[in-house]
Design a protein around this ligand. Structure first.
Ligand SMILES: [Zn+2]
Length: 162
């Protein structure tokens, strides 16, 4: 018989930081607001997670890969990530452009997100693996469904470049 943890002996609930670490891999970022996107006839329910840059992170220029302290500006970008328990996920990423003394304004390098990608590196890798499994890698585009979301807009060269 399965034991259900009780309040007395169960571990404490996860903090936001622990949850972000568990879900995560969004190095240098932490969870902000979490919510649901409005559902319409053509779009299933989706969850969105706001990712805020951590103040204590080391910032690297995407051009020269050197550490840069100054932020030029920040913009919000919607990025798809892997689904959570079958529910599609979008990340609202506060993406920084750094004021690099060598390169000028450049996007901050992030291990988990390419410079101009609309999906996380791990989602792109998952789609690429599925596409290879479907033997469709000779087609210019592919249609792969992950968590009820179609990724027909991703071309294979884009996916494989991650
Ligand atoms: Zn630079």
């Amino acid at each position: 018989m399965k034991t259900i943890p009780t309040a007395d002996n169960s571990p404490p609930p996860l903090t936001r930081a622990e949850l972000a670490e568990l879900l995560g891999g969004w190095k240098g970022y932490e969870l902000g607001t979490v919510g649901r996107l409005p559902v319409d006839g053509e779009r299933p329910e989706e969850v969105w997670l706001e990712l805020l840059p951590r103040l204590d992170r080391t910032k690297r220029c995407s051009g020269c890969q050197q550490c840069v302290e100054a932020v030029h500006d920040t913009e919000e970008r919607w990025i798809r990530d892997l689904p959570l328990l079958g529910t599609p996920v979008q990340l609202l990423v506060h993406r920084c452009r750094l004021a690099c003394p060598r390169c000028g304004p450049k996007l901050e390098h992030l291990d988990w997100l390419g410079r101009y990608q609309r999906v996380t590196r791990r989602l792109a890798e998952s789609v690429a693996r599925l596409a290879r499994g479907c033997h469709s890698n000779t087609l210019p585009t592919t249609s792969v469904y992950i968590g009820a979301v179609s990724y027909t807009h991703l071309t294979l060269p884009t996916i494989y470049s991650v």
